[in-house]
Ligand binder design. Structure first.
Ligand SMILES: [Zn+2]
Length: 231
């Protein structure tokens, strides 16, 4: 950041959040794939009609590995969100998606469910996320929740075929984001009008979900503290 100081001092006084908005912060890390020294870029991004998030991108010069991680800029929302999109058109693939690190993904037509925490936080398009899912399932077919090895290959091929049909816009399906922290988003392409294919429900979290988010520890009474800890 050394070379930038002169320019910035000419501007009106800036607060630190505004600074972060206009600047890409860079720090040294190691590539998660090959462990070579790499740079991570960090930027605060405003998602239209939603909120600000922090995007962290690492590009490795040594092996070409790229990661793109999103951290929710704000706190946990008062309610969870369940977002359902009916995929009816190939153009749906270009919709922006923010899948927070606490969000699970469901595609009922494929009997597919991706648990909270898998794939981490992502800011991408629907197509990008479906391709990430494809890659994850190819690498680890047990993601499909099938432990019987003999039938695995057939089931895997069937799943990948159907998923490809959805990515290419040939198969209609529902795509569900369920985020108990309320920090996930799927682009309404008709905004500010209502999107006929998109439903957003806000719901009260269960005790279990509050437990997963670590919120119950903040309460002082009313719940027993034994048993549920230490997963
Ligand atoms: Zn690398």
């Amino acid at each position: 950041a050394l070379g930038l100081e002169g320019e910035e001092l000419d501007e009106k006084p800036v607060d630190s959040a505004e600074d972060l908005r206009n600047e890409v912060l860079q720090f040294n890390t190691n590539c998660p794939e090959c462990n070579a020294p790499a740079d991570t870029n960090m930027k605060l991004v405003q998602i239209p009609h939603f909120k600000e998030v922090i995007i962290m991108a690492t590009n490795c010069d040594a092996c070409g590995h790229r990661t793109n991680e999103v951290k929710s800029g704000g706190a946990i929302e008062p309610h969870g969100t369940r977002i359902t999109l009916r995929i009816t058109d190939p153009s749906d693939m270009t919709r922006d998606i923010l899948k927070s690190e606490t969000c699970s993904v469901e595609i009922p037509e494929l009997e597919f469910e991706l648990g909270m925490g898998a794939l981490g936080g992502k800011f991408t398009t629907l197509e990008g996320l479906l391709k990430d899912i494809r890659e994850l399932v190819e690498r680890n077919p047990f993601t499909l929740g099938d432990s019987s090895v003999p039938s695995r290959t057939g089931k895997l091929q069937e799943f990948l075929g159907k998923l490809q049909g959805i990515i290419e816009g040939k198969t209609e399906a529902h795509f569900i984001l369920d985020d108990p922290a309320g920090n996930s988003y799927l682009q309404n392409v008709y905004a500010p009008e209502e999107d006929p294919e998109l439903t957003v429900e806000r719901y009260q979290r269960t005790f279990e979900q509050n437990e997963d988010l670590g919120l119950n520890d903040m309460k002082t009474e009313g719940y027993e503290s034994g048993g549920a800890a230490g997963r």
